[in-house]
Design a binder for this molecule. Structure first.
Ligand code: ADP
Ligand code: MG
Ligand code: ZN
Length: 478
């Protein structure tokens, strides 16, 4: 029997608001445990939640970015369960009436575009964090840090439209890129600001009916998401081929062993005793607000990528790399504006700029060479002032010192020698010093041209204009 996998993803994204969803506590990451808490997020009796307006705006922006319909009225509900990181004993979430529904996201896998349905985008609060075995004495401690309790999240639920781990990965990356472009989420998977649960089932190819799914948790990188899904698909195939049945359950991915293992049988919605949160009014999102937010939307990654390829005539690949972040795309566009050379600028930004940035923070905002300054160097190459090879050295120096290209070229005496008379004299000397190779060249061993070019470069410390050298050598050797 041949099977196909069916995958649906539930993504939680932490919103970059300064304060929590229902209280004024800070959301700053990495503070001393339990220093960013108050009676509201600690769930003390009698306190009242107050909804964070910024969080609503961020959630609406994301919902719009993935083509959702914004429900003018949505309702917060209590999802009841006991866990030590949940002091209230319930999580405030949205359930039967979410903020937004019926969206989609286009992904590109293997040169084809596929539309993945998005069921809903809703708002909820995060729980705290448990730290196991990090105690001062031994591993028998568990600690509770409630700083994260009440931090705003959006949950983005997909339709079961993906068929491979590659599609799931592409979907996740596209979602994260949008969140980061919107500047509403850091997208940091390691810190847990962007988390994914993957629902996976298999069915015989051609079957309509969905198989029983397992829900995978605990994958804190794109690579682990892919590994976990691939492992799980094969595990389910083995179960079914072995005559068994897949059971509905939650499984944890163990990245050290590359396997998923059962955590608990899946709880049903009725286990949570959902009911409308009595302390919050329904959330009314007016058209006026939606229109305002729609107008504020930046150009999104896919649109930018397509525009770069079209407007600048650069390869799709370049457009993808250059639009990886808004800041990098802005840097590139400013360089093109200053040089009028889209492809040459792309080569420089994708090449030297990204190479040196990766040795540091990787963030183009930290680049000591401005686009205007880079343009100065690109112009120096175009005008034949320096060779392409020397230009790379100049760039490194610009990066280290923030000096303009012209100054470095002048100070280091790197100006390229293009003067034919001067180069002819140098070549004559080289030919005179190598009579044997001259003879062999003339006897037909024309590969020796490379030897002579090398000698000329050595004699000029790499400053000779290679085009002129090649031309002169061919004339003289022949
Ligand atoms: P639950 O109530 O168990 O959370 P939902 O219907 O809310 O299930 O779906 C949760 C996620 O699981 C969604 O992303 C959905 O697309 C996906 N999903 C639902 N059924 C399946 C299935 N049979 N196989 C794979 N994914 C599924
Ligand atoms: Mg669900
Ligand atoms: Zn608080």
């Amino acid at each position: 029997m041949k099977y196909e996998a069916v995958i649906g993803l539930e993504v939680h994204a932490q919103l970059l608001t300064g304060s929590k969803l229902f209280c004024g506590c800070s959301t700053k990451f990495g503070s001393e445990p339990n220093t960013q808490v108050c009676p509201v997020c600690l769930g003390m009796p009698g306190v009242l939640p107050v909804l964070n307006r910024k969080a609503v705006e961020f959630a609406v922006k994301m919902a719009l970015a993935v083509g959702c319909r914004i429900n003018p009225r949505s309702v917060f509900a209590r999802k009841n369960y006991f866990y030590p990181d949940l002091p209230k004993g319930y999580q405030i979430s949205q359930y039967s009436e979410p903020l937004a529904e019926h969206g989609h996201l286009d992904i590109d896998v293997d040169n084809t575009t596929k539309k993945i349905g998005i069921t809903r985008v809703h708002m909820e609060e995060d729980a705290g964090k448990l730290l196991h075995g990090e105690g001062p004495e031994d591993a028998n401690y568990s600690f509770v840090d409630l700083n994260r309790t009440g931090v705003p999240l959006i949950e983005i639920v997909s339709e079961p439209d993906m068929r491979t781990s590659d599609e799931a990965q592409a979907y996740l990356k596209a979602l994260r890129d949008i969140l980061v472009y919107l500047e509403i989420c850091s997208g940091n998977m390691e810190e847990g600001s962007f988390r994914c649960d993957a629902n996976v089932s298999i069915r015989p190819i051609g079957a309509e009916k969905l198989g029983t799914k397992a829900e995978l948790k605990n994958m804190n990188s794109f690579k682990f998401v892919k590994e976990a899904i691939d492992y799980e698909i094969q595990r389910q195939i083995d179960v079914v081929d072995g005559g068994g049945k897949v059971v509905q359950e939650t499984r944890l991915f163990d990245s050290a062993r590359g396997v998923t293992a059962s955590m608990r049988s899946k709880e049903e919605a009725h286990d949570y005793r959902y009911f409308p949160e009595p302390d919050l009014l329904p959330l009314i999102v007016e058209d006026r607000l939606v229109d305002k937010l729609r107008n504020e939307m930046p150009e999104l990654p896919r649109a930018k990528r397509e525009r770069f390829a079209g407007e600048y005539g650069i390869p799709e690949y370049d457009a993808g790399v250059l639009t990886a972040s808004r800041a990098l795309a802005d840097y590139y566009e400013a360089t093109v504006k200053a040089t009028g050379e889209p492809k040459v600028s792309s080569n420089w930004v994708m090449g030297e700029v990204l190479r040196l940035l990766k040795e540091g923070s990787g963030d183009v905002k930290d680049c000591p060479v401005s686009p205007q300054s880079l343009a100065g160097l690109i112009k120096a190459v175009k005008d034949g002032v320096v060779s392409g090879k020397t230009a790379k050295e100049v760039f490194e120096e610009m990066y280290r010192t923030s000096q303009p290209a012209e100054e470095i070229i002048k100070a280091k005496g790197l100006v390229q020698i293009s003067n034919e008379d001067e180069l002819a004299r140098i070549i004559d000397d080289i030919i005179k010093a190598n009579p044997d190779n001259l003879e062999r060249y003339r006897a037909g061993k024309t590969q020796l041209l490379g030897f002579f070019v090398g000698e000329a470069m050595k004699a000029t410390k790499g400053k000779a204009n290679p085009q002129v050298i090649n031309k002169l050598l061919k004339e003289k050797l022949g």
